[in-house]
Ligand binder design. Structure first.
Ligand SMILES: NC(=O)c1ccc[n+]([C@@H]2O[C@H](COP(=O)([O-])OP(=O)(O)OC[C@H]3O[C@@H](n4cnc5c(N)ncnc54)[C@H](OP(=O)(O)O)[C@@H]3O)[C@@H](O)[C@H]2O)c1
Length: 296
């Protein structure tokens, strides 16, 4: 099923200064959409906005911290003031974290929930006050495979993305009969700054170690390997998100093979965990090796 928002829908994208949000702005630029672009780094947002305009699009850059409710409400209000309406809100801003549960600092735990979860309430509530009375609109929430499967080393992020999935399910239930739709995007490995910008330090070294050492361990333990998932460009993922606009499908998987991975985990978690276990052992090993090099 689908819903249409006319030839020039108004779309607010959070996290538009880099990665997937930036790529989504470029994807939508030639389509006639009018874009409100939200992030904290104003100079980067201004660059994205001028590139969108150069590609024939319309862009309103709005410097805003999505963890501050008044700023998010202000961004939604400015969008409606400038364009007269808001058809689609893409809650894409997010950050990962790099810490095992036993040593996740309190401020990191709170910060990860503020940016990945609380921000959803702020933007969605403000957008719905406008959309529901008009009987149309869409909220798109960018979750992750980490919102469906447990992974080690970033439990705050994993729990926050599970909350994103739960939030969107509750939202869909609350929106029944209103004409407003809600969508969860389930993305996996994407070439962006995400792993570098993670709270608690970059994660690339640990991911590399996990992949190499995990494959060795899987061979030694005689374990079946999990099906490989491609690492996609931000543009490929953005293209799936762009296609989700107007689509009433509840959950959209951006990577080939990802839905099957999640289905296997959900239908037989123990068997799926057996395949992942060597990689998780490697992850703990890599994390502890790194921690032992850092003086406390
Ligand atoms: N990359 C992956 O492998 C992957 C996989 C699955 C899901 N995802 C999800 O995809 C989304 C986009 O991530 P990405 O990969 O594109 O990472 P990214 O390149 O690091 O982009 C993150 C964006 O979020 C914005 N942001 C962070 N904190 C913010 C705040 N407090 N207020 C406003 N904006 C904020 C950043 O802008 P400023 O720093 O300028 O504020 C930036 O534009 C995230 O929700 C992420 O969890 C990513």
């Amino acid at each position: 099923m689908s819903q249409t928002f006319g030839a020039s829908p108004v779309i607010l994208i959070t996290g538009a200064s880099s990665g997937i949000g930036r790529a989504l702005a470029f994807r939508l630029a030639p389509s006639g959409a009018r874009l409100a672009l939200v992030a904290r780094r104003a100079p980067l947002l201004a660059e994205v906005a001028s590139e969108v305009e150069a590609a024939g699009g319309t862009a309103l850059p709005l410097a805003c911290d999505v963890t501050i409710r008044e700023q998010v409400e202000g961004a939604v209000a400015e969008t409606i003031a400038r364009f007269g309406q808001l058809h689609v809100l893409v809650n894409n801003a997010g950050r990962g974290n790099n810490a095992y549960i036993h040593d996740t600092p309190q401020d990191q735990l709170e910060s990860i929930f503020r940016v990945n979860v609380f921000s959803l309430w702020y933007g969605t509530a403000a957008a719905l006050r406008h959309m529901v009375p008009l009987g149309r609109g869409q909220i798109v929430n960018v979750a992750s495979v980490a919102g469906k499967i447990g992974f080690p080393g970033n439990a705050a992020y994993v729990a926050a993305k599970h909350a994103t999935v739960g939030f969107t399910r509750a939202l869909r239930a609350e929106l029944a009969g209103t004409g407003v739709i809600a969508t969860t995007i389930i993305a996996a490995g994407t070439l962006t700054d995400w792993a570098i910008a993670a709270e608690g330090g970059p994660m690339l070294e640990l991911f590399d170690y996990e992949r190499e050492r995990g494959s060795q361990l899987a061979q030694q333990m005689n374990r079946e390997l999990p099906p490989p998932l491609p690492l996609l460009t931000a543009d490929s993922v953005a293209s799936e998100i762009a296609n989700s606009i107007g689509d009433t499908t509840p959950e959209i998987y951006t990577h080939p093979g990802l839905r099957d991975w999640v289905l296997e985990y959900e239908t037989d978690q123990e068997s799926a965990e057996q395949k992942l276990e060597p990689f998780w052992i490697a992850n703990r090993e890599g994390y502890e090796r790194k921690a032992s090099k850092i003086p406390s």
